[in-house]
Design a protein around this ligand. Structure first.
Ligand code: RM4
Ligand code: MN
Length: 388
């Protein structure tokens, strides 16, 4: 039988990090639809993130994206977050929105531009020092659009050189998380296109470097849970950027497109000990809410991740192992499906109530009047969005 009390303890420990950029306006290259009450400043994004934590109880940190969240005083920003009841988490470096980076950032053929990109990465570690953040997340838009455009091999050398410099700058309790992405914005080659490339670089970099799996960055049909199982086994999984995709990097709410996939991923996380704090896995959302309201979109996403985790924790591991040992194909599959098909919502509502939270976070936020208040207060100024 599944041990319900240890499942509950693991659920109580769960922490999901929110992306500051989920609270700003976003869209596609066709149109960005503004929404009333959208934050104008990093502080307002943090205040909104704090609402998600207030109603879910499991979203205690918010990730920054630099320069989108650039401020003069990062220690003061961290203090502001604490006052709101949350803390600043991962710092995301952004070396993809400067004209100089048209042909790449750390892999650019121009050494001057490479130096500029590296300076930004190192400046992000300064931000981490001020905020007390443990993780630097690195995603590179670097790649090429045409065969022959640049030397693929040399670009790997340049990448390795920059990553080493970042590693050498990290403090004893800081890590670098290297993200991969199949394609986009580069269409012919991408310098970190897959987990194998990220893993190979992280392996060379040593203990401070780990791979981050953005669930939206794979080809259709990719078995993401295999990647998770493999990386966890090697202690090289640093964390997740959770979101959902139908076609490419859609950045939709996690668990919306394929809740079963999310369950399978969380099953491998549980199986590999990835919920244990010592394993150091950062569970982050990397999403945009283009047409839906943003704070409820984040609450829904956190709940989706929590429900998938609860189901994964309910897998009867003894029955599963026995069926696997016996070669009982259908029996083993049935054990997993039993857990997946369990309605965990009453259990989670009960846990929330026991912790003094409203059993229904979506309804509680809707009743709170916060959305109406920010729509009325946040008038004027420049709403945050990509690049803001
Ligand atoms: C990238 C990648 C990064 C995220 C940016 C906004 O595709 O997923 O993690 O910071 O988008
Ligand atoms: Mn990502």
């Amino acid at each position: 039988m599944t041990d319900l009390s240890s499942a509950k303890a693991a659920l109580r420990r769960q922490a999901i990090e929110l992306p500051s950029w989920a609270f700003g306006n976003s869209g596609t290259r066709f149109k960005v639809f503004g929404q009333p009450g959208v934050p104008r400043t990093p502080e307002e994004k943090i205040a909104d993130a704090a609402q998600v934590h207030r109603y879910t109880g499991i979203a205690p940190s918010v990730a920054l994206h630099i320069p989108w969240d650039a401020v003069d005083d990062y220690a003061a920003l961290a203090e502001y977050a604490r006052e709101q009841g949350v803390r600043i988490g991962t710092v995301n470096a952004n070396v993809f929105q400067d004209d100089d980076f048209k042909l790449g950032s750390v892999t650019n053929p121009d050494p001057g531009i490479r130096a500029k990109a590296l300076d930004h990465l190192l400046a992000c570690v300064d931000v981490m020092d001020a905020t007390g953040s443990a993780d630097l997340k690195l995603w590179f838009a670097d790649g090429t659009n045409y065969p022959g455009q640049d030397d693929m091999r040399a670009r790997q050398d340049r990448l390795a050189e920059a990553l080493e410099a970042v590693r050498d700058r990290l403090g004893p309790d800081q890590r670098m998380l290297l993200e991969y992405k199949l394609f986009e914005p580069a269409f012919y080659t991408t310098d970190v296109p897959d987990w194998g490339t990220a893993y190979a670089h992280c392996l060379k970099l040593g203990d401070k470097a780990r791979v981050v799996v953005d669930t939206g960055h794979h080809a259709p049909g990719t078995n993401i849970e295999f990647i998770v199982a493999f990386l966890l086994r090697e202690h090289k999984l640093g964390g997740f950027d959770f979101n959902s995709r139908f076609y490419a990097d859609d950045d939709l709410m996690v668990g919306a497109a394929d809740p079963f996939q999310l369950f399978r991923i969380m099953h491998e996380v549980v199986r590999g000990g990835g919920l244990e704090p010592a394993e150091g896995i950062a569970f982050m959302l990397d999403q945009c809410h283009n047409i839906e309201p943003k704070i409820p979109g984040q609450i829904r996403s956190v709940l989706n991740a929590q429900e998938a985790t609860a189901k994964a924790l309910l897998v009867d591991t003894a029955a599963l192992s026995a069926a696997q040992r016996d070669g009982d194909v259908l029996g083993a599959n049935a054990v997993l499906m039993d857990a997946y098909n369990t309605d965990v919502r009453p259990l989670l509502a009960e846990l929330r109530e026991a912790d003094g939270l409203d059993p229904d976070p979506m309804a509680a936020f809707a009743r709170s009047g916060y959305q109406e208040a920010i729509a009325a207060e946040r008038v004027g100024g420049q709403q945050a969005g990509w690049g803001a």
